[in-house]
Design a protein around this ligand. Structure first.
Ligand code: UDX
Ligand code: ADP
Length: 468
């Protein structure tokens, strides 16, 4: 496998696989990168002008490499056969059934990939876990590869977790804090390190054993989520005591041991990773007989649930204990700004709570449409009730609509709830918005995005997380 004729295949064209492979292809024009997926419409979108995921700067990266050395296809078996390195970058959602339900990662898709690779591989392949996985999954992948193989292939398995955050994926991939490669074969590790070495500083490429690599990814996400839950816990105390959570975050963040990042209090963290990975960690701890450690980390998720619920409860309480038949404008549905991803977004939970209180919701998100919003609500409400009852479907159908701007969503509303920190929300003509709303005009800022003083002067009743 000479480096210049290297062929890479990535199974899974999602939020991780797509951008990561696009960056490898951009930085290594001599390496052929094939991204494969069983989802035909997703592959078609990657091959179109309208990419399936919104990520600042990604269009340009894809445009530069696509058709040159970056290809998107559904021909999984062919690309497995012809590639030297195969990344597994498929979804690993929390299990919703059977043993470990609600905690353990569902490894069905990873196992299917391993079996697919074993079936079609010829010659030597380096198989790389990109998806976040429980510790020791590589062991299972190795066993499947070796036992299901047709005999004409051999394998090295590496763990190379991805640390990109959505919304900043392109810059994260371009300038990663570190690249982590775990494995047993030094030769395989160095081959992968050489790929990243084309643009990543050598001292930022960390080599570990397989298990440390797998566990580091879970631990990084657990620590990050823990910081958000910690500041959110303090936000409740701020509201009770008259302290201001942003002032507290700023004061503690200047301590170089604590640092300023990830101390933004919010309506709660979302995204496909934090909750899933912590629950996965909790499950692992329980499995290995460490209930105290499991309970410690579970609290991060419980605090997040509390924060989401606290926000919707405060809306209802503040609006004279009823939002029934009141119009509430929801500004933002994505789990953070600069992404169209809504997985585990706090907005889903807040909207669910408000719908149960019989509110009418008009939602505006610059990158999320009605179908996606309804799908998330249906998914959450079905999971809770086993199946979606007619009553809940009607609740969603009758009371959820979208608007095509923040102003339009707020027109005639009793309240605005800011759930995603999109920059454009700060630029709104608040005088006009105020005039168009029912009075008192409430604004609940779940992201501490707004200038409270300015809005209060206009006449809004502003409530912000962590501010009394
Ligand atoms: C995270 C990790 O950051 C990334 O390294 C890993 O690869 C995947 O999981 P992501 O979920 O894409 O990335 O976004 P992130 O920026 O971490 O935000 C997660 C959630 O926490 C968002 O809902 C965000 O709004 C929230 N958050 C983050 C806060 O509420 N406050 C903060 O200070 C930071
Ligand atoms: P992530 O955020 O981890 O990238 P996504 O859900 O966005 O997760 O993407 C995972 C992708 O993996 C999906 O597009 C899904 O269709 C694809 N996938 C899952 N299983 C397989 C498989 N066996 N073969 C090919 N693609 C798969």
């Amino acid at each position: 496998m000479s480096e210049s004729s290297l062929k890479i295949c990535c199974i899974g064209a999602g939020y991780v696989g797509g951008p990561t492979m696009a960056m490898i292809a951009k930085q290594c024009p001599d390496i052929e990168v094939n991204v494969v997926d069983i989802n035909e419409s997703r592959i078609a979108a990657w091959n179109s002008d309208s990419l399936p995921i919104y990520e600042p700067g990604l269009d340009e990266v894809v445009r530069e490499a696509r058709g040159r050395n970056l290809f998107f296809t559904t021909d999984v078996s062919e690309k497995i056969k012809t590639s030297d390195m195969i990344f597994i970058s498929v979804n690993t959602p929390t299990k919703t059934f059977g043993i470990g339900s609600g905690r353990a990662a569902n490894l069905e898709f990873v196992e299917k990939c391993a079996r697919e690779i074993a079936l079609h591989a010829e010659g030597h392949k380096i198989v790389i876990e990109k998806s976040t996985l429980p510790v020791r999954t590589a062991e299972a992948v190795k066993r499947i590869l070796n036992s299901a193989s047709n005999g004409s292939a051999s394998f090295d398995v590496l763990s190379n977790p991805e640390f990109l955050a959505e919304g900043t994926a392109v810059t994260d991939l371009l300038n990663p804090d570190r690249v982590l490669i775990g494995g047993e074969s030094q030769e395989a590790i160095e081959k992968l390190a050489n790929v990243y070495g084309r643009w990543v500083r050598p001292d930022s490429i960390i080599r570990t054993n397989l298990w440390s690599s797998e566990l580091s990814k879970l631990t990084a996400n657990a620590f990050l989520a823990q910081r958000v839950s910690s500041i959110n816990a303090i936000s409740a105390l701020c509201e009770a005591t008259g302290a201001d959570v942003d002032e507290v975050a700023n004061a503690i963040g200047t301590d170089s041991r604590i640092g300023p990042k990830f101390l933004k209090s919010s309506v709660g963290f979302g995204g496909s990773c934090f909750q899933k990975d912590i629950l996965n960690l909790v499950y692992l701890c329980e499995h290995f007989g460490l209930p105290e450690v499991a309970a410690y980390w579970e609290q991060v998720v419980l605090m997040n649930d509390y924060q989401k619920r606290r926000f919707s409860t405060s809306i209802v309480k503040t609006m004279f204990n009823t939002v029934s038949d009141k119009k509430i404008a929801i500004w933002g549905f994505a789990f953070k700004k600069d992404t169209n991803d809504t997985r585990e977004s706090a907005a889903i939970y807040v909207c669910r709570d408000l719908l149960e209180e019989r509110a009418r919701l008009t939602i505006y998100d610059p990158k999320v449409g009605l179908d996606q919003i309804k799908q998330e609500l249906i998914y959450l409400m079905s999971a809770e009730f086993g199946t979606l009852s007619e009553k809940h479907r009607k609740l969603i159908d009758d009371n959820v609509e979208v608007a095509n701007s923040a102003e339009a969503a707020a027109s005639g509303a009793h309240a605005i709830a800011v759930l995603t920190e999109w920059d454009e929300f700060k630029e709104v003509d608040f005088d006009a918005v105020y005039r168009s709303m029912k009075k008192p005009a409430f604004l609940f800022d779940g992201r501490n995005l707004m200038d409270r003083e300015k809005l209060s002067k206009i006449g809004f009743e502003v409530y912000a997380t962590g501010k009394s």
